[in-house]
Design a protein around this ligand. Structure first.
Ligand code: SF4
Length: 326
């Protein structure tokens, strides 16, 4: 039997190529080895200000884009967190074994507290406990994460140990899986990690024209001032995008020709644009087909919630007996 693998998905339809390389593409590969459980974490999203009127649609859009990008609902469980109330039930119980000191040391809490000074709520503080509940509810053996989330998975292991020590062995300790390739895709400014809020991204569903509009002014090796100057692909963000999207022959050509000024940056960007289009076109087509079939995504999410709930109920029966309320 495959070991369960859990991952949370933020409820946003604006998913960019950095998310694709750093997360979705790796999840799809991991489905050969693991029993994938993917949860759109709409309750997590409440910890910061959000637009109530668009929440439901953002959840559906997030599901649609992830399915289109390769998360096949026939091969994994895909559902929405708020549809399985056992997540919040377990989070409460885990709160009682989680040290306040550990939560106050979480880097993400410190950063988000600075970003949202007017709304430092208890949910923001105990967010990692709900995250631990998400993972432990399915007894996940593995959690694919970016480097910025490793601390939260370490806390999840600590919480599992504390629960098991106090109430008896219920939870396995999950391992974190950090992808080797694509873990940190820089934005088109070449400076910060690609992100929606910084506006330095290429969206997964953007048209070839929109993609080119963004690629054309993208920052390359800044030492290469003229077409005749040789460049250094090792320090050029466009080359790292080639390594994620282009075939081996194109990557080798760029590596060689950039160094001897055999190609200019505009040629190089055109090659990257072709590679990106080859990956993104089928994703856009699948997303459009899903959009053209009303109710299809909701149907997939309903089915996923039933599958997730059946598993969550089994764990909660064990937890309730362990803590003595049954
Ligand atoms: S040719 Fe390509 S790899 Fe070299 S500096 Fe220009 S964009 Fe970067």
């Amino acid at each position: 039997m495959k070991s369960p693998l859990f991952s949370g998905i933020q409820p946003t339809g604006t998913i960019h190529i950095g998310n694709y390389c750093g997360a979705i593409r790796n999840w799809v590969r991991l489905l050969d080895t693991y029993d994938g459980i993917f949860c759109i974490v709409d309750y997590h999203a409440l910890t910061v200000a959000h637009d109530v009127s668009t929440t439901r649609q953002r959840v559906v859009d997030a599901a649609r884009v992830n399915i289109a990008a390769g998360l096949d609902p026939e091969k994994c469980v895909l559902f929405v967190q708020s549809r399985v109330p056992e997540h919040t039930e377990l989070a409460w119980i885990l709160n009682t074994v989680t040290p306040m000191g550990d939560l106050s040391r979480m880097t993400q809490f410190k950063e988000k507290s600075k970003q949202h000074e007017d709304n430092i709520n208890a949910g923001l503080f105990s967010y990692p406990v709900l995250q631990a509940a998400d993972i432990l509810l399915y007894k996940a053996g593995a959690v694919p994460v970016g480097e910025d989330q490793i601390q939260h998975i370490e806390l999840t292991r600590e919480v599992a140990r504390k629960f098991n020590a106090r109430f008896g062995e219920v939870f396995p300790e999950p391992a974190h899986l950090v992808p080797k390739e694509g873990a940190r895709i820089l934005g088109l400014d070449g400076k910060a990690k690609m992100s929606k809020s910084l506006g330095n991204y290429v969206g997964l569903l953007e048209s070839p024209e929109e993609t080119w509009k963004k690629l054309a002014p993208a920052v390359t090796d800044e030492n290469r001032k003229r077409r005749s100057d040789p460049g250094n692909p090792e320090i050029c963000n466009l080359y790292s995008l080639h390594r994620n999207f282009s075939d081996d022959e194109t990557i080798a050509t760029v590596d060689r020709e950039c160094r001897v000024a055999g190609i200019g940056c505009v040629d190089c960007k055109k090659m990257l644009h072709r590679s990106l289009s080859a990956t993104l076109e089928p994703i856009r087509e699948r997303a459009s087909a899903l959009e053209a079939t009303p109710g299809k995504v909701e149907e997939i999410l309903d089915h996923g919630a039933k599958q997730a709930k059946a598993r969550a109920e089994r764990t909660m029966e064990e937890v309730r007996r362990a803590i003595g309320v049954r």
